[in-house]
Design a protein around this ligand. Structure first.
Ligand code: ATP
Length: 678
């Protein structure tokens, strides 16, 4: 690459930053001017934030087209007057930057990756797309890609907008309107792709900015890990949450045994909860006496049954249907009262028709009932008379509803419920577990919520294989359009209630209106480490093809035998000799001893040099180096083989396994070393 070409790109980049600075200045001025208009000020403040976040790596590519045009590609679109200076990576014309190949050049003559440090161009990497010399390994911008995948990790995920690969770009721009399932092995970029797809959808479908996008991840640690990616792509409005975060008023304080968690996750719990809610409605066998203003009104079972039927036919949730029930019952009670009062109406000749007081006047109880209902009784020489019109009857119904005795009777028949109450009916509990959250949410849906449920225009689920059938019901309620992107790997399912088939998970909600998109290349785990997982995969997922690693490092993973008593010391010893950002992954039972041996402080921070995690916590994360402590105990868990696969595939460079006693058969082919690696 000649110096002059770098100079030319530098000149162009300087002009782009000048344009960015000018826009930033305009937006800052607009914020100051809009001080009295809070909404306008917020809009301009968001614009300043967006312009600030594209500062790093503003422009990263160039397409030289066969027709002579040059398109610079970057994190946002920049124009001077109507002239495009920089094309947003999400614009359709930018797509060939990610997908053009020598055999299908899409009008591109040359693709250039521009590496920058701050506002300075530091390197250019060119690919001439010449169909005559097509020599394809399927990778786009290989040098830039390899530099990105071998870089040391920081404990925070970075965006990959400069080096997206064609199969990833196709997923990001997929126009399927229903559920898109992105399945791929470890390190294939599922998380990265899902987040870039969010940025793409927000850019392409503006309505999503108001309808909202939700990204669901497996843990807070994971959400922190990915937390900078979308802001780095200029998107600040996306909500991220774990399943537990979606019910913020509940504290998770308990861990269920696996078999309990599995049972709680099954879809049939929805039917059981619905039955539990129904069981609280009591249709009496005998007439029920209801006292109102010292009169006894009799409610017969048939009337209760009719009222319950109407309430159910309303299709409303329990607490809202209760309004229908009580209106029906109160109508019946009010009619009893009216009938009684009407019974003392005098005939034309002035005689009491039936049941009135001897002198034809209303009884004292009738008068109290009417007074409670606010009915003004006309007086004449013969005393008060009743001729109730509809307004009077409505007032009577209101008075009945406000009466505590009547309310007590209604509550005994159709009690108001809360979700905790209903879920505890199914299993007595002293605190809530993570598996209870979808049950509580289901109960809330059956009962009716006080506040309206927040829904989203698009929902992304990462580590989607971990969600139970009940958790899927919870998410579907939050995405009425069923516009979703799910990313996961069925070989990594650690939750006994998690998915074993995408079709089984999705069919109840969307039938066959979901699309499958595979990712096949592993950008994280080197070939040597993937080779070490071969026996594990073959034993537990025969027929499943591991993703192809994009690189080899020449560093062989190793295992070292120790004793149970010596495990913490052996791990601590190996940790001090392992370079880079290190994760020690062990079953929960060893965490306390290892934490003490390694003098680790809690709470854990992923940007620390050494972190200690269970396999479940390590899900979705990656580190320069990984040490696995006691793989046999990891395998003992119900889906322990998947947990071990997750643990083994977290490293970008080095993997060591320390096993008390003999190694699990699945790892016995790994190179044994007498102690830690030299
Ligand atoms: N095109 C790419 N260019 C550069 N880096 C990439 C690319 N694709 C993926 N990566 C990197 O590979 C690593 C793995 O990506 P990611 O975590 O998204 O994979 P995953 O499929 O979600 O993995 P897992 O299922 O194992 O959690 C990340 O460091 C990511 O930045």
């Amino acid at each position: 690459m000649t110096g002059s070409e770098i100079d030319i790109e530098q000149e162009y980049l300087t002009a782009l930053y000048a344009r960015l600075d000018a826009l930033r200045e305009e937006a800052s001025t607009a914020v100051r001017r809009a001080e009295c208009d809070r909404d306008a000020a917020d809009v301009w403040r968001a614009e300043v934030a967006r312009l600030d976040t594209v500062e790093r790596g503003l422009c990263f590519g160039l397409l030289e087209l066969c027709d002579g045009r040059r398109l610079h590609i970057g994190r946002l679109g920049l124009f001077r007057d109507d002239e495009p200076l920089l094309v947003d990576w999400r614009a359709p014309v930018a797509q060939p930057f990610y997908t053009a190949t020598a055999s299908a050049p899409q009008g591109v003559r040359r693709r250039r990756h521009i590496a920058t440090r701050g506002r300075t161009v530091v390197a250019l990497n060119d690919e001439v797309l010449d169909p005559d010399s097509a020599d394809e390994d399927g990778l786009v911008g290989e040098a830039a890609l390899l530099a990105a995948v071998t870089a040391e990790r920081t404990g925070r995920m970075r965006d990959i907008v400069t080096t997206l690969q064609a199969e990833q770009d196709r997923v990001i721009r997929d126009d399927h309107r229903g559920v898109l399932v992105v399945q791929g092995g470890p390190g294939t970029g599922k998380t990265a792709v899902a987040l870039h797809r969010v940025a793409y959808l927000l850019y392409t479908h503006r309505h999503l900015r108001t309808r909202g996008v939700l990204v669901v991840g497996p843990s807070r640690i994971f959400l922190d890990y990915i937390g900078q990616v979308l802001p780095g792509l200029g998107e600040h409005s996306v909500m991220t949450a774990t399943i537990a975060d979606l019910c913020p008023d509940l504290q998770v304080s308990r861990v269920d045994p696996p078999e309990t968690a599995e049972a709680k996750g099954r879809a049939d719990m929805a039917g059981r909860l619905a039955d539990a809610v129904r069981s609280h409605v009591r249709i009496p066998e005998e007439p029920v006496d209801v006292e109102f203003e010292r009169q006894v009104l009799r409610l017969d079972p048939a009337a209760c049954r009719r009222a319950a039927r109407k309430a159910r036919q309303s299709g409303l949730p329990h607490n809202h249907a209760r309004m229908v029930f009580q209106r029906e019952v109160v109508d019946v009670l009010a009619q009893h009262l009216v009938d009684r009062m009407e019974a003392v109406v005098l005939t034309d000749t002035g005689e009491a028709i039936d049941g009135g007081t001897l002198d034809g006047r209303l009884g004292a109880a009738d008068l109290r009932a009417l007074a409670a209902a606010g009915v003004v009784i006309g007086q004449d020489d013969d005393g008060p008379r009743t001729m109730l019109d509809e307004t009077d009857k409505a007032a009577l119904r209101d008075a009945l509803l406000a009466d505590t005795d009547v309310q007590d009777a209604l509550n005994a028949l159709w009690p108001p419920l809360n979700p905790q109450h209903v879920v505890s009916d199914l299993s007595a509990t002293d605190g809530w577990s993570i598996a209870d959250i979808p049950l509580l949410d289901e109960a809330a849906a059956l009962i009716g919520r006080d506040d309206s449920l927040t829904t989203f225009g698009h929902v992304v689920v990462d580590e989607a294989q971990e969600l139970s059938e009940m958790a899927w019901r919870m998410l579907m309620r939050r995405c009425p359009t069923r516009s979703m992107t799910l990313v996961g790997d069925l070989a990594q399912t650690g939750n006994p209630a998690g998915a074993t088939s995408w079709d089984r998970v999705l069919r109840p909600h969307v039938g066959d209106r979901w699309r499958f998109a595979p990712l096949t290349v592993n950008y994280r785990t080197p070939a040597e480490i993937m080779a070490a997982t071969t026996d594990l995969l073959a034993a537990h997922h025969p027929g499943m093809r591991p993703p192809r690693s994009v690189r080899a490092t020449g560093e062989e993973p190793w295992r070292h035998r120790t004793t149970l008593a010596d495990l913490p010391r052996a791990v601590a010893d190996a940790a001090t000799r392992t370079g880079g950002r290190l994760a020690i992954i062990s079953p929960g039972t060893h965490i306390a001893a290892l934490s003490a041996a390694l003098s680790l402080t809690t709470p854990m921070d992923l940007t620390d040099d050494v972190v200690l995690l269970t396999p479940a916590q390590a899900k979705g994360l990656e580190f320069d180096a990984v040490l696995i402590a006691d793989p046999a105990s990891i395998l003992d868990a119900p889906l322990g083989h998947n947990d071990l696969y997750v643990a083994m595939t977290r490293a970008t460079h080095r993997l060591g396994v320390i096993h008390p006693g003999p190694p699990p058969t699945e790892l016995s082919a790994m190179r044994e070393v007498p102690a830690h690696l030299p």
